[in-house]
Design a protein around this ligand. Structure first.
Ligand SMILES: NC(=O)c1ccc[n+]([C@@H]2O[C@H](COP(=O)([O-])OP(=O)(O)OC[C@H]3O[C@@H](n4cnc5c(N)ncnc54)[C@H](OP(=O)(O)O)[C@@H]3O)[C@@H](O)[C@H]2O)c1
Length: 312
């Protein structure tokens, strides 16, 4: 059986471009939606042309043209959508409903991976406003997929290391602090940090795998399950620099929400669930889920000392 044909929708995005690379590397015939709306965005176009040079096929289409989406998905077996969903960049998760409609009509797609790649939305019914919008919208998309009986895999990728590890889990920066940092509560809640290229590698592994059909795949490689204090310790060892630690209680952390702008409030809510509540690790994976590093032990995932060494 040949490798499935993959269409990446959102292929020039932060995680999407890595998924395109991983798909090409695994030898899948790889298609990317080239949206008409990219207009004069030279960086996007150049990236698409470079992917084409590497063997990807570009399919013209638009979210405002239903037929173009139907024609695009008809050409492939698997659709991976990496639609934007970070408020300080852009947040268009519900646009995926148009893609679901197109897949429903085309009727040929063997697997859809919607734009998930974070906290498992199904476990966030209790999430704080306003950040819960991310989980609520991901659940709306999931319901549509399941009602249409489209075969799916949801990838719960936990923390992108670029957003959560490089900054030692500090907000409003992407770099490690130089002299002091905030520790959330006792700092011993376990989170999970993932190199973004590894997320893409695991994602591509799931698409032809019957074990991941209609399941959530959690990325939980054991050595990357770390408390905030453990993460900071790794950086301190690498840099040879001991940082002053300022403990911030749950109440103090949540109090910052008041008066903050919308984007800030969303971010605070997500950080709260990860670093105080432990939402990435406070459950066992059940029958509706699988763990990626158990399914694919051959993947040599990046450990955080290696990831953080880039910041030295
Ligand atoms: N776990 C984590 O730490 C973490 C961190 C960040 C994001 N995420 C999740 O990862 C997923 C992808 O996020 P991202 O940061 O990679 O996204 P992104 O780079 O901000 O955007 C991805 C793509 O969305 C498409 N897009 C944006 N606006 C559009 C519009 N109006 N119409 C059609 N397409 C549009 C673009 O596709 P084109 O390439 O076609 O232009 C863009 O490249 C989201 O579900 C997000 O919640 C998780």
């Amino acid at each position: 059986m040949g490798k499935s044909r993959v269409l990446v929708v959102g292929g020039t995005g932060y995680i999407g471009k890595r998924i395109v690379k991983a798909s090409l590397a695994e030898g899948h015939p790889t298609y990317i939606l080239r949206r008409k709306e990219i207009g004069l965005d030279i960086d996007k176009l150049q990236m698409l042309l470079e992917f084409k040079r590497q063997g990807a096929r570009l399919i013209e289409g638009s979210f405002s043209d239903h037929r173009s989406l139907v024609e695009a998905v008809k050409q492939v077996d698997v659709v991976i959508c990496t639609m934007s969903g970070v408020h300080f960049r852009s947040h268009n998760l519900l646009m995926q409903l148009k893609l679901v409609d197109a897949i429903k009509e085309a009727g040929n797609v063997k697997r859809l991976l919607p734009s998930e790649f974070g906290i498992d939305a199904a476990r966030m019914e209790h999430a704080l406003e306003p950040g819960r919008v991310t989980f609520d919208e991901k659940m709306i998309v999931r319901r549509e997929i399941q009602e249409a009986q489209i075969p799916y895999t949801y990838v719960s990728a936990n923390c992108f290391a670029g957003y959560f590890a490089g900054n030692l889990a500090q907000m409003e920066t992407l770099l490690p602090p130089k002299d002091k940092l905030f520790i959330y509560g006792h700092g011993n809640v376990k989170a999970i940090y993932m190199d973004e290229d590894d997320i893409a590698t695991y994602t591509i592994k799931t698409i032809d795998d019957p074990r991941t059909l209609n399941k959530t795949v959690y990325l939980r490689p054991s050595e990357n399950i770390l408390t905030q204090r453990e993460l900071v310790e790794i950086w301190e060892k690498l840099s040879g620099n001991t940082l002053e630690k300022i403990t911030i209680s749950e109440e103090e952390f949540l109090a910052q929400m008041k008066g903050g702008d919308f984007v800030m409030q969303v971010g605070l809510g997500h950080f709260y669930h990860i670093f105080y509540e432990g939402c990435l690790t406070n459950f066992e994976i059940g029958e509706d889920g699988e763990e990626a590093s158990i399914l694919y032990p051959e993947v040599q995932y990046t450990r955080m000392h290696e990831y953080l060494s880039r910041y030295l």
